[in-house]
Design a protein around this ligand. Structure first.
Ligand SMILES: Cc1ncc(C[n+]2csc(CCOP(=O)(O)OP(=O)(O)O)c2C)c(N)n1
Length: 732
């Protein structure tokens, strides 16, 4: 160990390592007394890594721990009582008993992001935190840790690649403790040094002895300052050894005795004590005083934790959604002039050129004029309506019953409505940014973001790698810093590549640790244009099943614009599906500038008394077409557009069924597990006495979406099928 720090710094490092070990020793006792809920994970022998790396951060910097980084939490300022209570699932714990271990965070004061169990997920999230800090001018650095085992997850690579592509001020500590549960590192990764992972991403790395706290600190300090200075992400491999099993239950008998003995002789605290003593920085008296200080502190902290009650049972039902006043305040803290983040309008050239990209290609064709959300011609510019696709007839106008109130009278396409919503929200709030594949230079695969790059610049319109998990993870991290990212999935089919990030990270944050993630995930969905099994998905129900998300699927330009604007302003994560069959096939009026459409409210598109047809998105138009045909036979169908699937507007559904006593649900999603089944259950529970017939469903077939037009047409619901089902239902 080299002598290079101040006396206080040397003693701080010692104190935190001792505190780290003492906290964990105390938790082992609590575990043996059956007071810890669930597992207990040890960092015995790895304290120098957590402490040395976190000590290199400034107060304003951000960190996200893994389960063996209690030392980092203590350095950042977390009280031991909070760590005890988390493990004991107490009411006064940071997550009030909703989660345990080191799964908690503090966005407002300590700048800590909570981990989740899925290894690797923090890497894109902390990349997003790093990007947000840079965007807001805060000059902060984000740090997280990953094990040797966790470094093989896909999201590790997606995240690190994105961080590298963005040159994000991010430091990743790869804690190589030689074992991933029972599997040795040589069976996990075919590399001698895991730091070589960095080479694949063109970023710098360091290798450090993870049992030498001074070396760890000095290395981390250099990496943190380089990242802060704009040199991009840096990876540090800290080599050490996991002295105990994976968790308390694991005796780790698979570890060779000699290996354990070697590392036990290299205990980081014992090594450091020798150094401190040889440098006359700590004597026996000083050591004794520190031990007493830690003992006194931890006894009091443990007593506090033990006296805290268990959470009241009803708490289980609270906090799934952010209502605005029940969690940290979502606010972007600007430390640079806001005006700087969007180029002034006057500076945007009429024809856009970017070196290396040809002339003006990105804005829609050579020398094409740039559109700042102006109304575009409604004709199907891409000409992607094939013959049979055109055979489906969406209703071109919004029915009078729900004619929008405040509009300037202009009729725009569904696609233009989406673009207008994003444009206006980005104009309104510099915290709104757009990320996705090809959203910038190209303007999006369907041109929904055409012109936004030119107007809002590279910092706000971000072309990403093809890494859906990285996009969502980074957006989540950005939202923790007060930004409101919109993420485009190039086709909504690819959303499943980010399924874990959405359902585990984004959706659960508010419930677990009061961390809302106000992000919007949007993209073109649905079939009817012969996109085949991987470009026609209706994946809404994967997400309707996930508490914490909101799911919107509009059917008109008016709703598309109004609901997308509402989604951007919502404090919860919102999934926004845009049926691509509607993109260029319908036109309608849209809300004037600041108006939004409320999330969670269905709307009656057509009044009727003989049956209720519930539908949404493209099928809403199919249902209206069927209703017109039914009317000619004297059957008046009430057609309701659900618009939002989560939360579902039960009131409007029940009101209508009470009146018509019959209900038909029409959706393009496949039948099994579709929303119709959920609605059937709701009606059975809440309107059984009102029903004069069975709930009927017209849906797609329970197959993947087939490619050939003949097959797809057969697969999809049609006005004819809706008409027949309605007639059958009315006969009851
Ligand atoms: C994506 C994912 N798969 C599996 C697990 C289950 N699991 C938890 S910890 C662990 C071993 C992790 O090893 P490593 O990343 O080396 O970290 P260490 O436990 O050694 O600190 C496994 C397999 C998980 N948490 N996440």
């Amino acid at each position: 160990m080299k002598k290079e720090l101040t006396r206080q710094q040397y003693l701080d490092l010692y104190y935190y390592m001792r505190l780290n070990r003492a906290v964990e020793d105390m938790m082992v006792k609590l575990f043996r007394q059956n007071k810890i809920v669930g597992g207990l994970y040890s960092s015995l022998g790895q304290e120098a890594i957590s402490v040395g790396t976190a000590y290199a951060l400034e107060k304003k910097d951000w960190l996200a721990p893994m389960i063996r980084n209690i030392g980092a939490l203590l350095v950042k300022g977390v009280r031991p009582r909070d760590i005890f209570m988390q493990h004991m699932a107490k009411y006064d714990s940071p997550t009030k008993g909703k989660d345990g271990t080191s799964h908690f965070g503090d966005l407002d004061v300590l700048h800590i992001v909570s981990p989740i169990s899925m290894l690797g997920d923090l890497i894109p999230v902390m990349t997003g935190v790093a990007m947000a800090g840079r965007y807001l001018g805060q000059k902060t650095v984000a740090m997280t840790w990953i094990g040797d085992g966790g470094s093989s997850t896909g999201v590790f690579h997606e995240g690190l690649n994105f961080a590298a592509a963005q040159k994000a001020p991010f430091v990743l500590i790869l804690e190589n403790n030689l074992w991933a549960y029972s599997t040795p590192v040589r069976k996990q990764v075919p590399l001698e040094n895991l730091a070589d992972r960095a080479k694949a991403y063109g970023i710098d790395s360091y290798i450090v002895d993870g049992n030498d706290v001074v070396a760890v600190y000095s290395t981390a300090k250099e990496a943190v300052e380089r990242a802060r200075a704009g040199e991009g992400p840096i990876l540090i491999e800290a080599k050490s050894f996991r002295r105990l099993g994976h968790a308390q239950h694991d005796a780790a008998e698979y570890v060779p005795k000699e290996m354990r003995a070697y590392w036990e002789a290299r205990d980081p605290i014992a090594l450091y004590e020798k150094f401190l003593s040889s440098e006359k920085l700590l004597d026996a008296q000083g050591k004794k005083e520190m031990e007493e200080k830690i003992d006194t502190l931890l006894s009091a902290e443990r007593d506090f934790a033990e006296n805290s009650p268990m959470p009241p049972a009803e708490l289980a039902e609270t906090g799934v959604y952010c209502t605005g006043d029940d969690c940290h305040k979502i606010q972007a803290k600007w430390e640079r002039p806001v005006a700087e983040v969007t180029p002034p309008r006057s500076s945007v050239k009429a024809v856009w050129t970017v070196p290396g990209f040809g002339s003006g290609k990105g804005s829609g064709g050579a020398n094409a004029p740039i559109h700042f959300g102006d109304t575009q011609p409604a004709e199907d510019a891409a000409g992607n309506g094939t013959k049979s696709a055109k055979a489906r007839k969406p209703v071109g106008k919004t029915p009078a019953k729900v004619a929008p109130k405040k509009t300037d009278g202009t009729q725009v396409t569904f696609l233009e409505a989406i673009k207008q919503a994003m444009f206006e929200e980005m104009e309104r709030d510099p915290a709104v940014i757009l990320m996705g594949e090809d959203v910038g230079v190209y303007g999006g695969a369907f041109k929904t973001s055409e012109g936004l790059l030119e107007r809002f610049g590279w910092e706000r319109v971000i072309d990403t790698p093809i890494s859906e998990s990285a996009i969502i993870g980074a957006a989540c991290g950005m939202s923790y810093c007060g930004l409101r990212p919109i993420c485009e999935m190039q086709f909504i089919d690819f959303i499943v590549c980010a399924f874990n990030q959405i359902t585990n990270f984004v959706a659960k944050g508010h419930y677990l640790w009061n961390a809302p993630a106000p992000i919007v995930i949007r993209g073109p969905s649905g079939g009817g244009v012969h996109g085949g099994p991987f470009h026609s998905a209706n994946p809404e129900m994967y997400f309707v099943h996930t508490p914490g998300l909101k799911v919107i699927y509009p059917s008109t330009p008016y709703d598309a614009k109004g609901l997308l604007k509402a989604a951007v302003r919502d404090n919860n994560p919102v999934l926004f599906f845009e049926h691509k069959f509607l993109y260029r096939r319908i036109k309608g009026e849209v809300p004037a500038s600041d108006d939004t459409v409320p999330i969670g409210k269905a709307v009656v598109r057509r009044e009727g008394k003989h049956l209720t047809i519930l539908s949404y998105a493209a099928m809403m138009h199919t249902s209206l077409e069927a209703a017109e045909a039914l009317a000619k036979e004297g059957i008046e169908a009430e057609v309701i557009d659900l618009r939002t699937l989560l939360p579902l507007d039960e009131e409007t559904i029940l009101q209508s069924v009470k009146k018509t006593n019959k209900c038909l649900v029409v959706h393009e999603d496949t039948k099994t597990g579709g929303i119709a089944g959920e609605i059937a259950a709701i009606l059975c529970e809440k309107a059984f006495g009102d029903l004069d017939g069975p709930l009927m469903r017209v849906t797609s077939l329970d197959t993947p979406v087939p490619y050939a037009p003949t097959l797809e047409d057969y697969f999809l619901p049609s006005a004819k099928k809706v008409f027949s089902a309605a007639k059958e239902l009315v006969r009851y």
